[in-house]
Write a protein that binds this ligand. Structure first.
Ligand code: ATP
Length: 761
């Protein structure tokens, strides 16, 4: 027994509190017309959450509340309350389970209150809850939402008049499939949301794809530049180590080679002084001796001048070269700026600024300053000034060269004088002449030694230039490739140092050439802002990867939902079809019992609709062959479309030719629907069934059969029967009589069967 009691207070005709206790598996409710019996059935529907006031025979919620009687003038109520008490103790039949497993009490009381302001309140064991909580709780206990187990007055054949789809719904509900259908609906809704999310994520990924592509290209460039920089560092290290070793070796060689001639020159100077002293101190010094001394002095002066000019020329040359290098560098830089790449974002910024300017002049100005900003700091006047400087230096160089030429001329003049004097002195023989000869010999040797020293000094100067450019290169290397490039010492101390000597200058020149090429390529790659681009690339890539994972997750979720929907579909389909088989078995047996034979069954059919074809479809249909069919097919421009599955009821009565529901009499119709209702209830018994005058149309013989069926039904479901039928009353264990006094209020009394017949009238 599932139902314990129903308490009605202020609901419809029940002005005062009335309680029905359901102590038997069959409870009868009897009473005269209009006494309030149907109101008790409605009280059930009301307390279980019925939302259609119309189906409770009212227009507004207020119509559910006791409206006051006519004669006694008993005041109307402010609220209607109905509560239903279930037995929730664990039963042996239920395998030790409670009817509502989620509630850990032996009694479950649901209560609904409607107030005059149309507000509703729901309570579960005294605590206020939402309507939804009640609905879910009831659905779980197979107290269905379509109310297939509460048959209101005159509604017995609802199952026969319903459309094939409505019928399918009623039966699905009765078979307890609604819960799967809700799950399926929920899954479909989730599926739609998932698909929507997938679309959004896909569009986000599509949006960032070009940006990633752009950044990837930038990153590739940066990585290429980094690769080149590593290559540059390694070449630089070898180059510097070898260059340093070379410079060191050359320096010490030159120092060594200069030692002997310098020493000789010093001793020659000394010898010359001595020889000149002899000549000056000599008593027989003559005209020629003085000439020799004077000539020597002049030659020494010329040589000193020549040396000074040579030094100045060397210096000027150095300055001119430095200026030329600077010009070349500047030109290269400017040339690179011509093809400089700017960021799209910078360009967008400038476009943003442009749109706020009104005049062409302002726009041109803004564009010019954009170009200047991105060209890099370049000084166009620099080249002009450096060229001017070169011109001045060249002028000075030419001056010095002409001075050198002048000196050379006087030197050769003196040289020929010197030769003549030398020859004249050769002919004479005396001491003075010996000293004079010494002077000539020394001068000649001095010239030779000076030549050697000049050549070595020239080499030394050249080496100094190489050393300068070595130092300059070190500075540049630090700037372009980083400090690591100038950390070549560990290399020079070991293998490279040793190989430096053997490495030819041609090798070094090759390396130098390679270095220059790499430098240009690195600068072209524009390594600036590398770390920012890498960071942005990493972040954007991570975001994309996150979105990809999200998409994967969503895809998986979608797959799972599709699977779930398919499983639910299969389950619903299977349970529905096997349920129909079972119902049909019962239907046939109840039908046979009622009519003493005949056939009755439910068949699953598909609704077919005729749809008008679109012009395009019709045209393509006309063009395709084998489409021309005989009559009975859809008309031209029409197409048959299969609709959703539904349920049809097929009956054929014994001894009668006519078939189909339309041909049944009122009583036959009532019997058929009762047979079907009972069949359904037998297959998946609800906890209780309320039948409001379902037996009204039955004759005496059929009333007895109806009574038999009720008894077999009551083995699984508790029955509450509102009836005027004596036979039905006789099957009830408990009978309540409903009467209505002069005050228009219904009263309830428990009565014995003998009294029931009287009360019913
Ligand atoms: P029958 O045997 O003819 O089917 P019944 O016993 O089922 O009759 P009900 O339909 O349950 O009778 O009761 C109808 C009575 O309830 C009517 O007399 C009606 O006036 C009364 N009634 C309905 N709503 C209210 C209300 N809000 N206040 C007072 N009386 C009401």
């Amino acid at each position: 027994m599932h139902l314990k009691s129903l308490e009605i207070s202020g609901f419809k005709s029940f002005a005062k509190k009335a309680t029905l206790s359901f102590t038997s598996s069959i409870t009868g409710i009897v009473g005269p017309n209009g006494s309030g019996k149907s109101n008790t059935a409605e009280a059930f529907r009301f307390v279980l959450g019925e939302q259609s006031i119309k189906s409770l025979r009212g227009k507004r919620g207020e119509d559910m509340i006791w409206n006051g009687g006519s004669e006694s003038g008993a005041g109307r109520a402010n609220r209607a309350t109905v509560s239903l008490v279930f037995d929730n103790s664990p039963t042996r039949a239920g395998g030790g389970q409670r009817m509502f497993p989620s509630i850990d009490f032996d009694e479950v009381k649901v209560e609904r209150v409607v107030n005059r302001d149309n507000s509703n309140e729901y309570y579960l064991n005294g605590s206020q809850v939402r309507l939804r909580d009640i609905m879910e709780l009831m659905a779980g206990a197979h107290v269905g939402a379509t109310g297939h187990h509460i048959i209101s007055q005159g509604e017995a054949d609802r199952i026969l008049t319903a459309s094939i789809r409505e019928r399918r719904e009623i039966i699905e509900d009765a078979l307890g499939l609604k819960i799967h259908q809700w799950k399926k609906l929920e899954s479909i809704r989730k599926l739609e949301r998932t698909e929507e999310n997938m679309k959004q994520v896909e569009s986000l990924r599509r949006e960032i794809a070009p940006h990633i592509k752009f950044l990837r290209k930038q990153v590739e460039k940066i990585e290429k530049a980094e690769e080149m920089r590593r290559e540059l560092i390694s070449i630089y290290k070898e180059y510097f180590a070898q260059e340093e070793a070379y410079l060191c070796a050359e320096k010490s060689r030159l120092e060594h080679e200069l030692g002997a001639p310098k020493k000789e020159l010093a001793s020659l100077d000394h010898e010359l002084e001595r020889a000149k002293a002899i000549l000056t101190a000599s008593k027989n010094k003559d005209q020629k001796s003085e000439e020799v001394i004077a000539l020597e002095t002049r030659l020494a002066g010329i040589r000193a001048d020549k040396d000074a000019i040579m030094r100045e020329l060397g210096r000027l040359e150095g300055e001119i070269n430095a200026n030329r290098r600077a010009i070349e560098k500047e030109k290269e830089k400017q040339k690179r700026d011509e093809f400089k790449t700017v960021y799209l974002k910078d360009l967008e910024d400038v476009v943003g600024t442009l749109s706020s300017l009104p005049t062409v002049a302002e726009i041109i100005q803004a564009l010019k300053s954009f170009i200047t900003r991105h060209r890099g700091v370049s000084d166009s006047s620099f080249i002009g000034e450096a060229e001017k400087e070169i011109a001045t230096l060249m002028g000075r160089k030419a001056d010095e060269e002409s001075r050198l030429k002048g000196i050379g001329e006087s030197e050769s003049k003196y040289a020929s004088e010197y030769e003549a004097l030398k020859r004249a002195i050769e002919k004479e023989k005396d001491t003075n002449r010996d000293a004079e000869k010494d002077v000539f010999r020394i001068i000649a040797r001095q010239n030779e030694v000076r030549g050697v020293i000049a050549s070595l000094t020239g080499q030394w100067n050249a080496l100094s230039h190489e050393e300068e450019s070595f130092k300059r290169e070190l500075g540049e290397a630090g700037n372009i490739a980083g400090r690591e490039a100038v950390n070549y010492s560990e290399l020079s101390s070991s293998s490279a140092g040793a190989s430096a000597a053997s490495s030819s200058r041609a090798d070094q020149a090759d390396k130098r050439h390679h270095i220059e090429k790499l430098k240009i390529r690195i600068e072209d790659a524009g390594a600036g802002g590398g770390s920012e681009v890498l960071k942005e690339y990493k972040e954007t890539e991570e975001r994309d990867a996150f979105l990809a994972r999200e998409l994967e997750d969503l895809g998986r979720a979608k797959e799972e939902l599709l699977k779930l929907v398919a499983e639910l579909d299969a389950r619903i389909d299977y349970e529905f079809k096997s349920g129909i088989l079972k119902i049909n078995e019962q239907f046939q047996s109840f039908f046979t019992l009622m009519f003493g034979g005949g056939k009755a069954e439910l068949t699953v059919i598909r609704e077919t609709k005729r749809r008008k074809k679109s012009d395009a479809e019709e045209l393509s249909g006309m063009l395709s062959e084998g489409d021309i069919e005989a009559g009975g097919m859809p008309g031209a421009g029409e197409e048959e479309e299969s609709g959703p599955e539904g349920l049809d009821v097929n009956v054929s009565l014994p001894r009668k030719k006519v078939k189909g529901l339309m041909m049944l009499s009122g009583g036959e119709r009532a019997l058929t629907s009762i047979a079907l209702l009972f069949a359904i209830s037998q297959v998946n018994p609800p906890p209780f069934i309320i039948l409001d005058e379902t037996d009204a149309a039955l004759d005496e013989a059929n009333s007895r059969k109806y009574g038999d069926m009720i008894e077999s039904l009551s083995k699984h479901s508790q029955l509450i029967l509102i009836t005027h039928n004596r036979e039905t009353m006789s099957r009830a264990g408990v009978i309540y009589g409903v009467t209505m006094g002069a005050d228009g209020a219904s009263k309830l009394l428990s009565i014995a069967f003998e009294d029931a017949v009287k009360v019913a009238k």
